[in-house]
Design a protein around this ligand. Structure first.
Ligand SMILES: [Zn+2]
Length: 219
């Protein structure tokens, strides 16, 4: 923790040299760390940020992987259901259409936004931000896009959708002959890649690279 003399001098420092802890709001001088190190709050131990190797390259590989998985996850069959001689093949997209067709237009729109539109927009925002850092163009637009991305994060609910699918599979397994489709495995893979991406794409390094301060993140 900084001593009282340092605390009194903090307000005179430029704002770029200060950092506040997300958990306990402790205001401190931003520590400079090397590649592979992480900065933690001296008061509560929360990780302030970490400096990773090749953040942009790794994040870009993960974004492209997620975009490639997005199409089969949404349009390949999640499950195939045989009930009383009738076979139905369900995809995420046919689920949305089914809701819309059965009079639940409002729910269909919410499911479409949270499970298809927002996750895709998030990935596209991340891709453009990473490309703009790598190729050094349109950083001011990318700052705006990255802000939008942080707002979109609250609205992408793939994991909630996955829980719904798993509950439906467990419930239906006793009633009908059920087989899992390739779409479900792509969907789970998409979720895992997105979690990996969240961990890899350090917001601290992205913000700094976008504002043109950091050269480490661009390797
Ligand atoms: Zn703290």
């Amino acid at each position: 923790m900084p001593d009282s003399a340092e605390l009194q001098s903090l307000p005179e420092l430029p704002v770029e040299e200060l950092i506040a802890c997300h958990e306990c709001d402790l205001l401190m001088r931003k520590p400079s760390i090397e590649d592979g190190e992480r900065a933690v709050c001296p008061r509560c131990g929360y990780e302030l940020y970490r400096q990773g190797h090749q953040v942009i390259g790794r994040s870009m590989a993960l974004v492209v992987t997620a975009l490639l998985l997005y199409v089969p996850a949404n349009f390949l069959p999640i499950m195939q259901l045989n009930l009383l001689g009738q076979t139905s093949v369900d995809t995420l997209w046919s689920g949305v259409l089914g809701l819309y067709g059965s009079g639940m237009q409002g729910i269909a729109v919410v499911v479409f936004l949270c499970s298809m539109a927002v996750p895709l927009l998030k990935l596209l925002c991340q891709l453009v931000v990473l490309l703009s850092i790598r190729l050094d163009f349109g950083r001011s637009y990318s700052l705006l896009l990255y802000r939008i991305y942080h707002h979109l994060r609250d609205w992408g609910m793939l994991e909630v959708y996955l829980m719904g699918i798993l509950v439906a599979i467990v419930k239906l397994a006793d009633l009908a002959d059920l087989s899992l489709g390739l779409g479900l495995f792509c969907f789970i893979a998409l979720l895992l890649v997105q979690v990996w991406l969240e961990v890899t794409m350090s917001p601290h390094q992205i913000w700094e690279a976008l504002s043109g301060e950091d050269v480490h993140a661009r390797d």
